[in-house]
Design a protein. Structure first.
Length: 371
């Protein structure tokens, strides 16, 4: 199969470059064994970009991201830059990419792989077979709302404030992504908000209900308060199919869902923009849901699976290479079934390995699977 697709690779900070190095082996394997010849450019983002280019992401890198068929992103941030003014922080690198590329729907699959049921924070019987897709809105809400700031109140106390704001069309378009996905899965969407205490939550519930009634009456819709959803994820996770949430609740609940799967180091994601009606193309960025993990960065122990599985999502969602995406997913699962574990998913009786041994093992499995 021939392909000549443009990828922009942005490893970022902390463990980002470490797990990206292993993912590049998988990309190389695809070029070697499946003739998927990607045209790859690499760029700086986050703290790395602040150091070299003076901003968390340069205009030139954003332009390259827009020109690429897909962006493969690592992670940004770290204690070195925590003291910077708010508008200069490394995290703005990913926030700007999402905003400027219109990447409004973040798909975060939390799948408990059989070999890892014992590594979950919950009892194996509770999590076995759990397969949840969290759909998180990513260009609105409190992460972008204005006004925001810290100011001195008239009585001399400091006051910090952010704004949670959603337009109805922003809610409707991400709801459609969730309903479309549900139709291809188990046909159920659980939409989460705090309609009991937040005005934007009331609008969220109303708009999701309207979209459901008008366009997706065949899909089961359940509304759930976000705090209850957190509790239900821990007590009865198997009830969930697609969870739809805003920028903040989606972020928090997907980290929680990650713990069910064994580790944050296992969860990939795809962040998608709208399909251009003329070209049929869409901007897309793929990244693990974890951050730069400063506590383990530089030690060679990070789990590269989330980053490699993000590449699998890229193959599927940006290029329709379903077979190759499945190959990567199967290779990861086989390595885990074979007993190799990075520290975050370590279990008694298994072999603890570092980032690069895990990466090499996945490539070896790819070789075996491809015959
Ligand atoms: N999209 C991004 O680039 C994101 C960036 N961040 C940034 O990352 C920095 C650290 O944030 P934290 O809250 O500590 O979240 P984090 O996700 O970096 O780490 C949380 C915990 O999970 C562990 N962990 C994460 N990924 C792992 C992996 N692949 N293998 C093994 N263990 C792993 C870490 O060691 C840590 O104990 C901050 O600057 C934060 O803003 C956080 C989340 C997303
Ligand atoms: C801007 C990011 C650091 C926020 C986050 O935690 C995420 O997107 O997962
Ligand atoms: Mg997060």
């Amino acid at each position: 199969m021939a392909a000549n697709k443009k990828l922009l690779v942005l490893p970022g900070d902390g463990i980002g470059p470490e797990v990206m190095r292993e993912t590049r082996r998988v990309i190389d394997w695809m070029a070697r064994r499946r003739s998927l010849s990607f045209e790859i450019e690499e760029g700086l983002v986050g703290g790395a970009a602040i150091e070299a280019e003076g901003a968390p992401i340069s205009d030139a890198t954003v332009a390259r991201a827009k020109a690429a068929d897909a962006v493969l992103f690592g992670s940004v941030g770290g204690p070195k830059w925590d003291g910077l003014p708010f508008e200069q922080r490394p995290e703005l690198g990913i926030l700007r990419l999402r905003k400027d590329l219109g990447l409004f729907a973040n798909l975060r699959p939390a799948v408990v792989l059989d070999p890892l049921a014992e590594a979950s924070s919950l009892k194996p019987d509770v999590v076995r077979g759990v397969d949840i897709m969290v759909v998180r809105e990513t260009v609105g809400g409190v992460y972008f709302g204005e006004p925001r700031g810290v100011e001195k109140a008239p009585d001399g106390r400091r006051r910090g404030f952010d704004t949670q704001v959603y337009f109805e069309d922003e809610i409707a378009r991400v709801a459609r992504v969730a309903f479309d996905l549900a139709r291809k899965r188990r046909n159920k969407v659980t939409s989460v908000e705090k309609a009991n205490v937040m005005q934007s939550g009331r609008l969220w519930r109303a708009v999701v209900g309207e979209v459901h009634k008008a366009e997706y009456p065949d899909v089961q819709l359940e509304n759930m308060y976000a705090d209850n959803c957190a509790m239900q994820l821990c007590s009865r996770p198997a009830q969930f199919d697609v969870i739809l949430g805003d920028n903040l609740f989606g972020d928090v609940l997907s980290d929680l869902a990650a713990a069910l799967t064994g580790s944050l180091g296992m969860l990939p994601s795809a962040t998608l923009g709208a399909v251009d009606p003329v070209t049929g193309k869409r901007h897309a960025l793929y990244e693990p849901i974890h951050g730069s993990a400063p506590d383990i960065a530089g030690k060679g122990v990070a789990n590269p699976c989330a980053q490699m599985l993000s590449f699998a999502m890229l193959l599927r969602w940006s290029f329709g290479f379903e077979e190759e995406a499945r190959l990567v997913e199967q290779a990861v699962e086989k390595v885990l079934a074979g007993g190799l574990r990075t520290a975050d998913i370590m279990q008694a009786g298994r072999a603890r390995v570092g980032t690069s041994v895990m990466g090499e093992a996945v490539v070896r499995e790819l070789d075996k699977l491809a015959g």
